[in-house]
Design a binder for this molecule. Structure first.
Ligand code: CAA
Length: 241
């Protein structure tokens, strides 16, 4: 039986590349999306996977979505917590709404999605949880107090949960992308983006497929001893110990 993977925010950007890679590797793929039905339909047709609309910042709505996925495809073996938004603003201009939206969607979503499937993973003795953080959760970014806090929070969440799942065959890891060529990064003002690219030693934005291949590896049997780790994929823009 094919393993079942859920990719949140799995119909666009990095998430779509992850969905595509898992499909190619033989998984049954459920791609969640929050609002863009047109992109979801296109993704479904292009990749031949099922898509599911629910708001990962809402626990009850997410639990219902997960139930539907498990009814359609079977128990979820692999979760990729990828869904995320930005609401960039210098802190003195940041509104409480911009703070809450990003924390709820980028950080609390990892609780909302992982918590309902955790008991099943423990019972079956296998699970993979992959949390998509960011270079900006590692180093901080001007204009992203909300996003940097949420993405750093995912790293702490991962380190705690990795210890809890280890005896049950579950691994929990972070992938921390640098600046990847997606709509989210292209939304950064062009002049600002030029200055950012100038600080990437590899001299280019990353490709979504380069994040997807790391996720595929972490989900594999081969990666069973990698647990609680942060896998940095950023073209040497920020190097951590
Ligand atoms: N360091 C220091 N100062 C900076 C700065 C930086 N990195 N970026 C901007 N500034 C300064 C400017 O020089 C300017 O200073 P002065 O007022 O003295 O001239 C000031 O900040 C700009 O202030 P504004 O009030 O005009 O700011 P704004 O309301 O236009 O917003 C911003 C600025 C939204 C932060 C904008 O600079 C921006 O979008 N920056 C990019 C943030 C970023 O990297 N986001 C990543 C998005 S992609 C992503 O998040 C994916 C991922 O995981 C990597």
């Amino acid at each position: 039986m094919a393993r079942v993977v859920l990719v949140t925010g799995g119909t666009r950007g990095i998430g779509k590349a992850i969905s595509e890679r898992f499909k190619k590797d033989g998984y049954a793929v459920a791609a969640n999306y929050g609002g863009n039905a047109e992109a979801a339909k296109a993704c479904e047709e292009e990749l031949g996977i099922k898509t599911y609309k629910f708001d990962v910042s809402n626990y009850e709505e997410t639990a219902a979505g997960l139930k539907q996925i498990e009814a359609d495809l079977g128990p979820i073996d692999v979760v990729v917590n990828n869904a995320g938004i930005t609401r960039d603003a210098p802190f003195h201009k940041m509104t409480p709404d911009q703070w809450t939206q990003v924390i709820d969607t980028d950080l609390s979503s990892a609780f909302n999605v992982t918590h309902p499937v955790w008991t099943g993973m423990r019972e079956r003795g296998f699970g993979r949880v992959i949390n998509i953080s960011s270079i900006n959760g590692q180093k901080g970014q001007f204009g992203q107090a909300n996003y940097s806090a949420a993405k750093a929070g995912l790293i702490g969440f991962t380190k705690a949960l990795a210890q809890e799942g280890a005896k049950k065959g579950i691994t929990v890891n972070v992938v921390a992308p640098g600046y990847i060529d997606t709509d989210m990064v292209r939304a950064v003002p062009e002049k600002v983006l030029e200055t950012i690219i100038a600080t990437i030693p590899t001299g280019r934005l990353g490709k979504a497929e380069e994040i997807a291949s790391m996720c595929a590896y972490l989900a594999s049997e081969e990666a069973a001893f990698i647990n609680g780790a942060t896998m940095t994929v950023n073209g040497a823009q920020y190097i951590t110990g």
